[in-house]
Design a protein around this ligand. Sequence first.
Ligand code: SF4
Length: 570
Amino acid sequence: MIFIDGDQSCVTIEDASHLPSETELIVDALSDKYADGNPRGFSAVSSGPGAEHTLFGCLNFSWYDPARRIHRFKQAGRGGIGSVLRKKRVKAIAVKHSAPITAESNGPADLQLLKEVGIAYNKEIRALDPKQNEMAVVGTTHLVPIMNQFDLLPVNNFKFGSHPDAEKLSSDIYRKKFHEGFDGCWLGCTIACSHGIKDFEPKTGPCKGQKVFVNGPEYETIAGLGSNCGIFDADYVTEANYYCDLYGLDTISVGTAIAFAMECFEMGLITNEATAGLDLRFGNAEAAMTLIHQMAKGEGFGVVVGQGIHKMKRHFNQQYGANLSVMEDIGMEAKGLEFSEYMTKESLAQQGGYGLALKGPQHDEAWLIFLDMVHNLMPSFEQKAEYLHWFPMFRTWFSLNGLCKLPWNDVVPENNKETKEPAKIIAHVSNYAKFFTAVTGEATTEKDIIRASERVYNFQRIFNLRMGFGKREHDTVPYRAAGPVTEEEYESRQERYDTQLRDLGFKPEGLSTETRIQTLRKHRETQYDRLKDAVYERRGWSKTGVPTLQKMKELGLDFGEVVDLIREAS
Ligand code: SF4
């Protein structure tokens, strides 16, 4: 473990073999050892046993909740960063900093400006959050009924976008379960969306019958572990959330991977032999929970599922002769990462938001589904390309600055709709530019923000290229992300799809469902290909998806090795 003593300005690497394996228990133990009776001045990042046996290892970031007198946790899950840390033999990174955090802690260049922007922003959040998403009360669970209403909530491995039982997982259910109190995952946050459930009693696993505090669930966890696995039981989701956190497992990858295994089981692509006896039908909460415990222990079928969909497809094909092309269509992964929990079939921009994301299909880079599908803010390819350029850049900027992006777009100014580009919420972007100016003393505009990110983003793309993942073919999504794969899916939304075929000049009457599926597929795949062209052009990349030499020169990134890589790829 790495200990950063902010009081003594000293960093040490210490033996961690005596520490427990579970992420939350690690933090309790480290706090006892290092916090010196001031847990508010202590925080740790830890990985868990899930990281040792799966590729889904997440990191838990702790903060102390003085009202409840416990350490609370927020997870960074996508991409298996917990697994990376454990593979490097690091269990935790702990920080002690006893002095209270204030607006002056970072020595801002312009304290007055910082305070002005901060006060105005907080005032707006306090006034508008109760009228908009109620993040301070229900957090991201507010998305469940909305997604269900617009056919965007993944159900049964992304086959469908809504379900009559979705209300059993809705914000109204969790509103009653969440423990009341301030839930900012850091002191300065007014949105305070990090809710949790107090005194929850798990029915399984090592904490069975104990009273525990569950950090969450949030929307992605509910949709991934719940509806996408056909499980509409709020207590199951809460327990699965608790154990994923304790074990250090990314709830999104776990949910999407289990859903894939369930569909393979239901389709007969794998049988009891592969699952070691687990009856993996959609809706079987007991089997899903068993898998989660197995992933943490490195036992049974959990070991296979924990390797992710990309590897599962090959394993099922090689071991059991399962049809690979069917699994390529229904296996919801790209670049080896499982999809996060939004249905993209009717949103070309969101297909791009997932498929063209550098890390793989995660919602953090470009969450465009609502803006595209519901508000129709980007009807042309050029507009989609503009947003698929701008959103990843702005979100990269948040990461570069260690900021949460929710205050940018989960509360919006009342007049936002009347602005030129409402999707960008420019008034808030301008606030961030002012924050940056106030802290660093460097006059910064909205354009500078995007420019700073562009340099990083393009360099990341080159890094992907170097690792064998940065080309056009890697930006592809499984067909289920773009349209119906099975007859059951097509027929469940037949009116919609038939209308679309008619709009394209076909007469669906008289065509078999299979022919309708294939006709629609040809069209949707062509559209996605055109989207790639438009986005590459906007980003300054070649048709093969590689940043051009001219672009890298313009960004000041035309280093020798970069130039060689680009030339090799051309
Ligand atoms: S809005 Fe962001 S910083 Fe605030 S509590 Fe939620 S996740 Fe944490």
